[in-house]
Design a protein around this ligand. Structure first.
Ligand code: FAS
Ligand code: PHB
Length: 407
């Protein structure tokens, strides 16, 4: 389906492949700078708007969405957190991340709501977005006029010529492959567990996020609204969510989140359950010719520290500044440095995601490692200095670039 402001022009300045947070935010920022752009999305609008994924927004992400003028609903409906609770050996420790970072809050606001806000903002501008753009292919990416072709649901072929292509097509999209294998380095690490996530029709039993380390495995209590709870369980990586009974899920959550005081976990109907595999992945470089990768097309993190969506925003903050600088006649130095600049923060978020995953997930077998893990948890909660260093990474490091000087 061709969205509002259908693609009649076959030429534009920047094409974004993918209507996830990365592609839509980049389109928004370029549009605010007066740079025409087109978004090509393989799925339907309904699919994109209803896809349940991330929930936690870092402080710099919230500030960026405010800057982009798409944060009204976030500010009224988002759940602003001043910290989180850490549980292990039945002991509850409050980690005051906002106090330890000069007031930087994190916000629980579902990714699909961020996507809806960005789509509605795009509707208001009339900028072209194409849904059900099938068989998207990139051509001439190392020339000065790269092209993207696609087929519409009726089978008609289309082509869009641009100055630049932003590969915002997620981990399974075609953009990453445009970087020649001889120039591309891929770093990957898998984990011996995954997350079973549920959406439950029950008011949250906690005001803040709870992360729990337990010998049975990791568990987390998050929130989606005053009446909807989002909870996660560490499970074996090949777990089929439909094979796991609701009773088993609640029993494990009760055990792993249990405390020595009178805290109780309310149960309710499970509306949705799914298993997310865990991996760490980064491709280097993030650019080749006129193609620039951003978001999951460039990297994947385990969801433990909630960095996936936030890194997509971080990449776009750097890429939008570089593209706008180029169109403002400020040269192409920032564009040439995009990959190096973005990778600095990507690798720091990768390290923190892996650290938090290793800290909280139980890997059976090594009792020595299990005791080291408990010692690491004690080191974290026993010193305000270690909690402060952890909190800086948790609420989100400052972005390495920002388009604010141009918009
Ligand atoms: P996205 O994957 O969101 O968007 C890419 C878009 O490109 C999609 O709409 C796709 O349809 C489109 N596309 C792909 N191939 C295409 C093609 N050939 N042609 C045209 N379009 C194409 N992150 C967190 O921070 N916390 C979490 O709790 C969390 N949970 C997650 C759970 C799951 C099941 C998954 C898969 C991811 C989760 N993530 C989480 C990570 C997730 O939120 C991503 O980091 C985030 O969506 C990244 O945004 P984008 O880079 O825009 O990629
Ligand atoms: C979520 O609510 O989906 C969520 C929150 C915090 C995390 C990970 C996921 O660290």
């Amino acid at each position: 389906m061709i969205g509002q402001g259908a693609v009649s022009a076959t030429k534009t300045s920047v094409v974004m492949i993918g209507a996830g947070p990365a592609g839509l935010l980049l389109g928004r920022l370029l549009g605010l700078a007066g740079i025409d752009n087109v978004v090509l999305e393989q799925r339907t609008r309904q699919y994109v708007e209803e896809r349940i994924r991330a929930g936690l927004l870092e402080h710099p992400t919230v500030e960026m969405l405010k800057f982009a003028g798409v944060a009204d609903r976030l500010e009224s409906n988002g759940q602003f957190d001043d910290g989180f609770e850490l549980r292990f050996e039945g002991v509850r420790t409050w980690v005051p991340t906002a106090d330890l970072t000069g007031g930087k809050q994190t916000v629980l606001y579902p990714q699909q709501e961020v996507v809806k806000d960005l789509l509605r903002a795009r509707d208001d501008t009339g900028q072209p977005i194409v849904f059900e753009a099938l068989d998207v292919a990139l051509h001439d990416s190392d020339t000065e006029r790269p092209r993207v072709t696609y087929r519409d649901p009726d089978g008609a072929e289309h082509a869009v010529e641009a100055d630049f292509i932003a590969g915002c097509d997620g981990f399974h999209g075609p953009s990453r492959e445009t970087i020649p294998a001889r120039l591309r380095q891929e770093f990957q690490q898998d984990y011996p567990f995954g997350w079973l996530g549920i959406l439950a029709d029950v008011p949250p039993s906690t005001r803040e996020l709870i992360y729990a380390h337990h010998d049975n495995g990791f568990a987390m209590h998050s929130r989606r609204s005053p009446t909807l709870s989002r909870l996660y369980l560490q499970v074996p990586p090949d777990t089929d969510a439909q094979e796991v009974s609701d009773r088993f899920i609640w029993d494990e959550l009760q055990t792993r989140l249990g405390t020595q005081d009178d805290w109780t976990l309310a149960e309710g109907p499970i509306l949705q359950k799914s298993v997310t595999a865990m991996r760490s992945f980064v491709v280097e470089p993030l650019q080749h010719g006129r193609v620039f990768l951003a978001g999951d097309a460039a990297h994947i993190v385990p969801p433990t520290a909630a960095k996936g969506l936030n890194l997509a925003v971080s990449d776009v903050s750097v890429l939008s500044e570089a593209l706008i600088a180029r169109y403002r006649g400020a040269g192409e130095e920032l564009l040439a440095a995009y990959s190096t600049t973005a990778l600095r923060r990507i690798w720091r978020a990768q390290e923190f995601s892996r650290h938090m995953t290793a800290l909280l997930h139980h890997v059976p077998g090594s009792e020595f490692e299990a005791r080291l893990q408990r010692a690491r948890l004690q080191n974290l909660v026993k010193s305000e200095h270690t909690m402060a260093a952890f909190s800086e990474l948790y609420v989100g490091l400052p972005f390495e670039g920002h388009p604010e000087r141009f918009i």
